[in-house]
Design a protein around this ligand. Structure first.
Ligand SMILES: *Cc1c(COP(=O)(O)O)cnc(C)c1O
Length: 357
């Protein structure tokens, strides 16, 4: 794939966040973006990097009506030795292609996706924050752009990648979150879109998250759509429990997003000879376990936070703390190990790190 680069002119450079300014998440965007288009029959064309700016699509573009949209999320960051790194980007590229298949969208060769990311990050490396834990968030996205209101897969697509600096997730320390068990709304049903990374799943989750936040909770614990009983995810993260010394997480059976961090956690735990089970987890087992101490830890996993310890679950007006509301030992060990590997302080035995330059 030959990428054409049109660098931003000096006067159109975007203002960088001031040093010391709180970056937050998704508030700043770098100078450039990657674009390429697809037409059924002829395939992907015109891969290019251009100045960041508005897209032009017709109001009849299919994505705006029937939601053919998929995305990914990963980070580029400065490791301790000053090199720019990506963490398991091939996994994100493979997942984008699985999401694409589910939504009848075209795949993009993994090597081409990675080439696009590397070239874009290299060009905008000045945007990568230097603070440990802060990073350049990368958002590859694909949308159906064909003009038309007939309900069928779009024959045209746009793939774009934007990036922007984000702050360290734990600016105030490794703080456990309070979680509300969601009994009314569901995020995804088996057979639906739950295992695809698509905006539709996020649209489905907003109302519950808003209500939980209004009640003072950080996020919701999603239960399965059929029985409203088995745990699925926490907010937009995968969920793990330490139950009687065993690390337990729900199995990937269609309604759960297969997280890259989830896979990293499982791989490390197995190497550490910690008993691991991917099995259905009844929410009552979690609530009882938190109350009687058989549940010693719970945590979410995802690219943004890496590991997010759960300090309490609340269900039907009753709140039960986990591990006295403190982060558990395994949560901390996993967080230290994964971020240590990412920043080059711990040997990368799995070849998870890819250097951009
Ligand atoms: C992206 C995402 C995750 C986490 O996946 P990672 O690859 O670990 O970042 C978990 N759940 C949902 C719903 C997601 O969209």
């Amino acid at each position: 794939m030959k990428i054409t680069v049109t660098p931003v002119s000096e006067e159109r450079r975007r203002p960088k966040p001031r040093s010391g300014e709180k970056l937050g998440f998704g508030n700043h965007f770098s100078d450039h973006m990657f674009l390429m288009e697809y037409t059924q029959g002829t395939g992907w064309r015109d891969p290019r990097i251009v100045p960041y700016g508005p897209l032009s699509i017709p109001p009849s573009a299919m994505v705006l009506h029937y939601g053919q949209e998929i995305f990914e999320g990963l980070k580029a960051y400065y490791a301790g030795d000053g090199s720019v790194c990506l963490f398991r980007p091939d996994k994100n590229a493979e997942r984008l292609n699985r999401s694409a298949s589910r939504l009848c969208m075209p795949e993009i060769p993994v090597a081409d996706q990675l080439a696009a990311l590397r070239e874009l990050v290299r060009l905008d490396r000045e945007w990568i924050p230097r603070t440990r834990g802060a990073s350049l968030y990368i958002r590859p996205t694909m949308i159906g752009t064909e003009a038309g209101l007939g309900v069928r897969p779009s024959a045209e697509y746009l793939f774009f990648v934007i990036t922007g600096p984000v702050g360290a997730y734990y600016a105030r320390g490794f703080e456990p979150v309070r979680i509300l068990v969601e009994e009314r709304y569901v995020r995804a049903a088996r057979g639906g879109l739950g295992e695809a990374k698509t905006g539709a799943n996020y649209a489905a989750s907003l109302l519950a998250a808003k209500a939980a936040k209004a009640k003072g909770f950080d996020q919701v614990l999603w239960l399965d759509a059929e029985h409203r009983r088995f745990v699925e995810e926490v907010g937009t993260m995968n969920i793990f429990f330490v139950l009687r010394g065993e690390l337990v997480t729900p199995p990937l059976e269609g309604s759960i997003l297969p997280g890259v961090t989830r896979d990293t956690v499982l791989t490390l735990a197995r190497e550490w000879k910690i008993p691991v089970a991917e099995r259905p987890v009844d929410v009552d087992e979690v609530l009882r376990g938190a109350a009687d101490g058989t549940l010693s830890e719970a945590f979410g996993s995802g690219t943004a936070a890496v590991i997010s310890p759960v300090g309490a679950f609340s269900c039907r007006g009753r709140e039960v703390p986990v591990n006295g509301g403190r982060a558990g030992d395994l949560s901390m060990r996993l967080y230290r190990e994964i971020t240590g590997i990412q920043y080059g302080e711990i040997a990368d035995r799995h070849r998870w790190i890819q250097r951009v330059e």
